[in-house]
Design a protein around this ligand. Sequence first.
Ligand code: AMP
Ligand code: MG
Length: 522
Amino acid sequence: MAINFKINDRFNKSLPADKIEENSRRQVKEACFSYVTPKIPGNPSLIHVSPEMLDNLGLSEADAKTESFLNVVTGAEVIRNTKPYAMCYAGHQFGNWAGQLGDGRAINLTEIEHNNKRWALQLKGAGETPYSRSADGLAVLRSSIREYLCSEAMYHLGVPTTRALSLSLSGDQVLRDVMYNGNADYEKGAIVSRVAESFLRFGSYEVFASKGDDKTLKTLVDYTIKNHYSDLGEPSKSVYIAFMKEVTKRTMDMVIHWQRVGFVHGVMNTDNMSILGLTIDYGPYGWLEDYDQGWTPNTTDSTHKRYRFGTQPHIVLWNLIQLANAIYPLVGEAEPLEEILNNYQIEVQLELQNMMRSKLGLKLEDRNDIQLIEELENVLQLSETDMTIFFRNLANLEKDNTHEWQSVIEKAFYKPEEISKTIKECWSAWFKTYEERLKLESLSDSERKSEMNKGNPKYVLRNYMAQLAIDDADKGDYKLIDELFNLLKKPYDEQPNSEKWFAKRPEWARHKVGCSMLSCSS
Ligand code: AMP
Ligand code: MG
């Protein structure tokens, strides 16, 4: 029985298509996408489906059990009256212009409209496209599990993100050299069906600006405003400026959330920056375990650490500058765009302070807060201190008992034996200042705790947790995927039966590939 998808295709019906329909690698001109059909998988099977996303798309759990659903989300079958396509975009990668990139292994199936919301449905790992360059268009199980679990977990953490509908095996084998060291091996191929209001990226605009194709650039920007930023009004010069301002605001909001929960994206290239301010393209991302501004999980970036935790807000600015350059031909004036970018630099600092204040349970603003926050960040980095456990347990502190700070936060220390006298003194001093600061606040201990717990998650997808799920899944056991998927639906709640996941990274995971070290191989 065919599923009744509520189709409302706009992207491929409104925007210029590549005139060539043959699936060959090429440079595409004056087009926003190329039509392409997903590869027929060898022996597809479903591993997991997100019930929340089914609901969002107007589908039932019964729909998800049909053969038709399996066929659609693995590329075996094209939905009736739809025409799948790969999007054309370019990008700056690791600070350098990389030219045309495009959906090399993502294929958009269709757009669905349900409950006044629009969703683009896309398969990641469903085969070659004109943008596959030298690669195969496929994805492996490990990276697909990571994207599937993390994107849904981020949503439940309140972080703007693309979503995931399903995780499947293609039944085909895929050759990968995980650490790029000459040890290629076959892995299980997988497909994630992912969903977002739109998958447009900064690079989608850069591709036309780089070629001086102002006509297609304008068509795409106007389309974006009409379809995704319609509150801004009919496209005009002032609306283009307002558009830049709004994208800046949304992207800032996203990165502040990343800093709040300790998420490191790992590959903040402009082709991985959503025009809707969504976290997009989950590759070698990671979660901070010990609080370290200099940490990146991405071994491909280990020399310069361009995309380390502490630089993410600044990299957002760098990427916004590329977007501003791309839309400049439509505005024709640098000043208003520069003003937006200058304001970002001021506002992001203020928002980071506000975010840290709320992590500390502070409602009021005090002129010494900046110092309090800076000092905390310093002490947190004196010895390995788990970010998630520290902030979650900090909420247990009692205003009149701050001298007992050690019992409150000691679970967060990775190497308690290394907490020297000097480090203890630094902590004591910080807690003294914090105690004084808390006296300015009117919340009771229990009120403060409940406020803090709304923003300091108890459960995040620690790198080793995803890796455990991957190891089991490689052997055909998917129970842990389901357990983590459900655990991470309520990341701020106490879940007494899952206390084991509120724990520091185990020592075996410290230097393990997949836990602390990830590459772009996926
Ligand atoms: P990423 O940084 O992983 O988002 O990917 C950068 C570019 O490489 C994008 O254009 C991707 O579509 C493309 N890409 C990554 N992996 C593959 C693959 N296995 N096959 C084809 N294209 C890929
Ligand atoms: Mg990408």
